[in-house]
Design a protein. Structure first.
Length: 470
């Protein structure tokens, strides 16, 4: 990695706490392989875990994770990843573990410490790095969830800042590194046609859906500690809302973007229990690690308001869930109806005349909807979409992008302390004070009670890639 004038010095080693876990296996090792293919893996990787494994086992596990994720394996890149790996095993609470880590780092003086471990261990490892001197000149990369409520997020921020300077703390939300998410920011502020209508005078409502057709996939024990509100709503969906709702940054620096993002999250009206519908898919309680009488939500829908000049009175409807009818992420911005309904068919079909639709997953696309007159003498029309799709098979994965940025010291796609705490402030009132989760069928769009949040409107269910073009 080359350092440009005025840029921070790149990290010269990656320390991967939790190297034997699922996150490293499924996401981080494939990201390292992608970096190796681009000849960007020019640093050692020291895995740290409490498992008494040999380096040969870790290398075999890394190779398995890469082969499961990548179809076209290139031998030199794979060899580069495996040769870069080293391993330290020990208890994170013991000073001896950090002494071994210092020895394994050798001449490296600017390591990046990646905490791919359970959130309960974040303070233990951060404080251990501080006491051992391994935080000096280093960076720390913290996986979500960053806290489990406002109080714990504030406490974790205090601990992190007591050991690392703020510009050395990288709080990951991998959703921010998806190309389609970054395109929201670019589309809004690189073009002029949206700005005149992007406000309460023209926008009737906004819907954001993040749906998954699969369940917890063996992560029942983790989900019991999180639930949909903590796992998805408070971070992923709030970040999407912030990019859609934020004011134009005053300059291109990521600090300006973070500031505008924090302002939107701070303007979110704290949620009321009446604004939230929680659901749980049938069979969740039979998953390994799940309590037999669990009330953890695998689905969450909510009605949100942003108390700002631009968005006052505009409802934002958010929902996410597992075992739903499709795997997709989509935003629909519904514009207000024309002030006078001149044509009978428009009056009869409701006020969905114009909207903007952003497909985020699985394929990236943008659509603008309008009614177009049918051929003939009568003034009868039909709904059409101007549809643009932009899929690039060679684009970086979110973890590759974020890992490379963190190693380079580029904080643009990471969340700040203010953003994290503002997001928790909005959801904090309903984390414990809520109604019970409602059972819903697998393959559905969640509990019917969520329809009341958007009434008299209806939820816009994401369509398939083929249907979107019809």
């Amino acid at each position: 990695m080359r350092q440009t004038r005025g840029s921070p010095a790149p990290s010269d080693a990656l320390v991967l706490f939790g190297a034997t876990g699922d996150l490293a296996h499924k996401m981080i090792f494939p990201a390292l392989y992608a970096m190796a293919r681009r000849r960007a893996l020019d640093f050692p990787v020291i895995g740290v875990a409490s498992s008494p494994r040999k380096i040969s086992w870790l290398r075999a596990r890394a190779e398995d994770g890469i082969r499961r994720s990548v179809k076209d394996i290139r031998a030199p890149a794979l060899r580069r990843v495996l040769e870069s790996l080293h391993y330290v095993d020990g208890d994170y609470r013991e000073p001896a573990t950090f002494t071994q880590l210092r020895q394994a780092l050798g001449k490296a003086r600017r390591p990046a410490h990646y905490l791919a471990i359970p959130p309960a261990l974040f303070p233990t490892v951060i404080e251990g790095l501080g006491r051992s001197g391994l935080a000096s000149g280093a960076r720390v990369i913290v996986e979500k969830p960053f806290g489990r409520d406002l109080a714990s997020a504030r406490a974790l921020n205090r601990i992190a800042r007591s050991v690392f300077p703020d510009d050395a703390i990288f709080r990951i939300d991998h959703f921010l590194a998806k190309e389609a998410i970054m395109n929201i920011l670019y589309l809004r502020f690189a073009n002029s046609f949206l700005e005149p209508i992007w406000n309460r005078n023209h926008v009737a409502s906004v819907q954001v859906t993040l749906a998954e057709s699969f369940g917890v996939r063996g992560r029942g024990a983790f989900y019991e500690t999180a639930g949909c509100m903590r796992d998805v709503i408070q971070n992923h969906l709030f970040q999407v809302v912030a990019l859609l709702a934020m004011e134009p940054p005053t300059h291109r620096g990521f600090g300006a973007v973070h500031g505008e993002t924090a302002d939107i999250l701070q303007a979110m009206r704290p949620l009321d229990p009446a604004d939230v519908v929680r659901g749980q898919y049938a069979g969740y309680r039979d998953e390994p690690g799940v309590a037999k009488r669990s009330d953890v939500e695998t689905y969450c829908a909510l009605r949100l308001f942003i108390d700002s000049w631009r968005w006052e009175g505009v409802p934002w409807y958010l929902r996410s869930g597992k075992c739903l009818a499709a795997t997709a992420a989509e935003v629909t911005v519904r514009l207000r109806a024309p002030p006078q309904k001149l044509f009978a068919d428009v009056a009869r079909e409701g006020c969905d005349t114009n909207y903007a639709r952003f497909r985020l997953e699985p394929n990236s696309s943008i659509a603008l909807a309008a009614r177009v007159k049918r051929t003939g003498e009568e003034f009868v029309g039909e709904q059409r979409e101007l549809f643009l799709t932009d899929e690039r098979p060679d684009q970086q994965t979110p973890y590759e992008r974020l890992l490379g940025d963190a190693m380079a010291g580029n904080g643009a796609l990471f969340t700040s302390e203010d953003v994290v705490e503002a997001a928790w402030s909005a959801v904090d009132p309903v984390l414990e004070n809520h109604s019970r989760a409602i059972r819903y069928a697998r393959g559905s769009w969640g509990p019917k009670q969520a329809d009341s949040l958007v009434a008299p409107d209806t939820w816009r269910n994401p369509r398939s890639a083929h249907a979107a073009r019809d």
